[in-house]
Design a protein around this ligand. Sequence first.
Ligand code: ATP
Ligand code: MG
Ligand code: MG
Ligand code: MG
Length: 476
Amino acid sequence: MQTHEISRRFLTHFTNAGHTEVPSASLILDDPNLLFVNAGMVQFKPYFLGEAPPPYPRATSVQKCVRTGDIDEVGKTTRHNTFFQMAGNFSFGDYFKAEAIEHAWNLITGSQESGGYGFDPERIWVTVYLDDDEAFHLWQKIAGMPAERIQRRGVEDNFWSMGVPGPCGPCSEIYYDRGPEHGREGGPVVDEDRYLEIWNLVFMQNERGEGGAKKDYPILGELPAKNIDTGMGIERVAYLLQGVDNVYETDLVRPVITKAEEMSGRRYGAGNPVDDVRFRVIADHARSGVMLVGDGVTPGNEARGYVLRRLLRRIVRSVRLLGVTEPVLPEFAAVVRDTMGPSYPELVKDFPRIESVVRNEEETFLGTLASGLKIFDMAAGEIKSSGGSQLPGDKAFQLHDTYGFPIDLTLEMAAEKGLSVDEQGFRDLMAEQRARAKAAVKKTGHGDQTVYRDLLALGATEFTGYQELDTEAVVR
Ligand code: ATP
Ligand code: MG
Ligand code: MG
Ligand code: MG
């Protein structure tokens, strides 16, 4: 079943059940806690928080999502994209637990002839929050789920909150058993690779107060009107229904791998696991890069632009490691346009702009890449031959400042050589440079404004800032 069809079936299932279909919001919403939209519920937050009356009692959507916090998993697990599509159904004080469970169950186990996904019910496992006996019993009653396939999990996994005072509540997640050849027996609590998480149902039934860490913030009581927020990963369902091994081999992602195979003359899945990770990273990042440019992000040193830069430059380096020396981003972007265009026609309309953004970014980076790599290789060689194990902060700073290597690219290159990086030293040098730029501006009253702006913005991000922002996430 094609990815597009999986989305369509989801929306049809829920519009047939009285939900209003709402288009995906942009990846960029004005939310101080979030760099990118990372869950379907983000555009509905004002309704959940009671800041605006919901225009409909129930809604359904397929939302574009970016999770930069998952970047290190990409290509290594079978299930993490930086860009993915989250299908969801939402109830604003309308239906609650029983109906949410029933809908999810009917859609995933309903036969493909009748519009469902046709998953074998025997292979489905679910989790519920520790003391959520109600959900436990509903799974038994509605789905006939045997007690041993319903697992209880604690706050970290199965209690959701928005990271601010307001609605919160237990959640229940649905997993598919990929079979004994993929890992250990014992359900998702034991092995999250064999048991693939496909859907998260959040039951917003409580209200949380101010303060405290996730584990011990006060729960004020029950909400007067209870809400439902769910998120199903379209790419994960596609990966199961298409009989492939991971999300990167699904119909909307794999074509970039194929393009990279053509360009490099190397084959994916030919027994070289290091190359295979690179192919998957390239395909994943090409798609997220293009989707971000499509929504108006341009590469730069500020928060969002920096994430984009990091994705695009990682592709450029990865593809070189597959032996390709010519520019690649415009061609990859065209493949993404062709796969994603049917669902996101703005990519087709806007392609000339998207292409020129990625082309410029690649040209800029190619201008410094070779010399940067030389500097890095020399430094790494010296460190190794003198018995050291750490790249000094000033090298990382030089690579960043003079050669445009995002710090995580340096981290990745160092790790490949078995080296660590003095990240603190790097950050100290960044801070010094910022202070110098600030002082220069004070002294002269102007200074080089562009440098100043970039540095300030970069300082605000501090390289891990986007991850922290991103993981203060919404659905959990
Ligand atoms: P995981 O534990 O696998 O990282 P999660 O618990 O972080 O997933 P949720 O926040 O519950 O995921 O998001 C709801 C659904 O969105 C998940 O059940 C999954 O199907 C999908 N999803 C989440 N993260 C990704 C991702 N990085 N790539 C593809 N799909 C994802
Ligand atoms: Mg996750
Ligand atoms: Mg999870
Ligand atoms: Mg989850």
